[in-house]
Design a protein around this ligand. Sequence first.
Ligand code: ZN
Length: 147
Amino acid sequence: MENHMTTTTFDIDFKNLLNMAKEKLNPRKVSHFIEAGGVASAILTDQGNVYVGVCIDTACTLGMCAERNAIANMITHGESKIDKLVCVMSDGSVGSPCGVCREYLMQLHKDSGEIKILTSIDGFTFIKLKDLIPDWWGHKYFESGET
Ligand SMILES: [Zn+2]
């Protein structure tokens, strides 16, 4: 069974994305060294597919944030352009991508700055990634025509 969900309608709203992420919240101990599922993320691509991921926390800093786990799932399925992203914490509140995830997202696609990131459940407000990582160092490489 594949872990991503193909949708029939392209414009999935933030509320649905949030619910898809919440379905994957499942804080648990995987082993003596690894805990997972305390944070979940769902991303909607420009192709209308949703990919989800949970955080994986390990000893020796080998872990991965929920957002990057969802991105890995997306890349595994051949996509790289994200339209919307949500991150949900174990208490059900909305999370914001950490600095590493912001950088990772920016490197994914030349249009990543336009990714809409949910900032609040009240009114389902969002911010664009470019406003979370201003003056990004890599623009010049995308502008030179590289993909
Ligand atoms: Zn992160």
